[in-house]
Design a binder for this molecule. Sequence first.
Ligand SMILES: NC(=O)c1ccc[n+]([C@@H]2O[C@H](COP(=O)([O-])OP(=O)(O)OC[C@H]3O[C@@H](n4cnc5c(N)ncnc54)[C@H](O)[C@@H]3O)[C@@H](O)[C@H]2O)c1
Length: 361
Amino acid sequence: MIVGLPKEIKNNENRVALTPGGVFELTKRNHTVYVQSDAGTNSGFPDEKYIDAGATILSTIEEVYAIADMIVKVKEPIEEEYSLAKEGQILFTYFHFASSEKLTEAMIASKSVCIAYETVEGPNRSLPLLTPMSEVAGRMAIQQGAKYLEKPVQGKGILLGGVPGVRPGKILILGGGVVGTQAAKMAAGMGALVTILDINVDRLRYLNDILPNNVITEFSNEYNIREHIKTADLIVGGVLIPGAKAPNLITRDMLKDMQSGTVLVDVAVDQGGCIETTKPTTHENPTYIIDEVVHYCVANMPGAVPYTSTIALTNVTLPYVLQIANKGWERACDENKGLSKGVNIVNGEIILKEISEAFAV
Ligand SMILES: NC(=O)c1ccc[n+]([C@@H]2O[C@H](COP(=O)([O-])OP(=O)(O)OC[C@H]3O[C@@H](n4cnc5c(N)ncnc54)[C@H](O)[C@@H]3O)[C@@H](O)[C@H]2O)c1
């Protein structure tokens, strides 16, 4: 199969969909790989590494789309890319169709085969191609939170780990899923006092078993949240109700109960956020302040650490890329039901019913 690897052109997206190692796995199986010049540079992979792995470099995105049977990407195509996708061409990337009718219509019109990372399923209905980005964002939430607790950026002026004779920072984590667990691990390692709230008691039981003693688990309800926010230095939002908007666990009126300089990192911003005052921000302008509370709500946190994110993403996507390249998408999906859940739109027809429901088309 001819595989194309374009450079991501969405604002501040520095990841790339295949590492040179991933390209090598394809070329050694006699697939042909075309890589757009500079596609991997921001992730730490210069063109020469792809050439060494057996790829051919093309200068423009148009050339990559024109020649490839399968395009492997990271982010959904943006408007400039709509017209590049062609009939029968496989596009394997994050799409998030339900949040964009325009993209959905464009991909219907292209008659391409759209296989979305975010709906590929693993065992127990898990979403294996979403997990690594939640791991990155969860760990990063503490790194960012620690930074914005510093006084020059209007934080409380607290060092998360404290020092001998001075208390460490208090961290409240809403949601003990992938984001919450990874955030808790980082925070605990820094010596902070961590509380995780979740509504799933089995999950709390598990977290209580595996996390160190400076992490406390509690049931998530309004009373407990109202108590904790009075003294928390850093609050991380990692709640998810699959397919739905995140619930507003912290409402606007609660901000006045927080201390000045408290930092909120709402990782769940991509699902609307679990804090009422959350609105999406970018890496250029990551924070804003309401009622003296610092809000960090970057919607694509992993984009800031492209080296880590690219490798974490390609670790999980590559086995699927190889299956599709080796067998063609139809046989690959017949033989792997989890992969078949990723098929969203084929030849102008919406396959995934959630997309039709979102737009009633
Ligand atoms: N901003 C970013 O760059 C970025 C990156 C990755 C993931 N995310 C987002 O982070 C969010 C969390 O992702 P995840 O992979 O950790 O999800 P997850 O499904 O692993 O975990 C969500 C957890 O929330 C819990 N929960 C549900 N309702 C709750 C409530 N009322 N109170 C407390 N806990 C509750 C669930 O029981 C579950 O344990 C998602 O919205 C995801 O899209 C954002």
